[in-house]
Design a binder for this molecule. Sequence first.
Ligand code: IMP
Ligand code: MG
Length: 171
Amino acid sequence: MPEFIPVISEQEIKKQVKKIGQDISRDYQTKDLVLVGVLNGAFVFMADLTRQISIDHEIDFIGASSYEGTSSTGQILFTKQPDLELENRDVLLVEDIVDTGNTLLKIKNFITLLNPRSVKICSLIDKHERREVNIDVAYSCFSLEKGFIVGYGLDYDEKYRNLPAIYDLKL
Ligand code: IMP
Ligand code: MG
């Protein structure tokens, strides 16, 4: 039986998402903000984050999958392209977790081809131990050294996304 060790509570998540939402609202006041969530993992974070941003903004999603089980395949598959026009707009990529950084780097490079005015990254969790590429995470709610976590959108083989808090999964 897998074991779920609590790492971040619902209350802590709520508090941090609110703070990051306020930071983004302040920093993008004079900009043309489009949140682009990375499916599937970011869907829960995205839903909460957008409601903590007080300035006008638009929402889109990009579909990318890179993982099977707990190890990276090193391949990225684009399953959905953004629908909104991103040229000359200020794109904030919203991701569940940055681990090696490979997925987000590829997504960021792809978005850059659409000629936005700016592209920055907002991740619920910034996990450091296995980082392989130099990528700037402009906003993150939590910083973790290592571990494999699930809940609040984060999955293990597509399960446990529904858990309202974040747990370390011991298989
Ligand atoms: P990266 O390319 O190594 O940065 O991997 C990023 C993707 O791997 C994330 O979008 C997640 O879908 C998945 N991932 C990485 N670490 C974890 C974890 O601890 N729990 C669940 N998914 C993870
Ligand atoms: Mg995932």
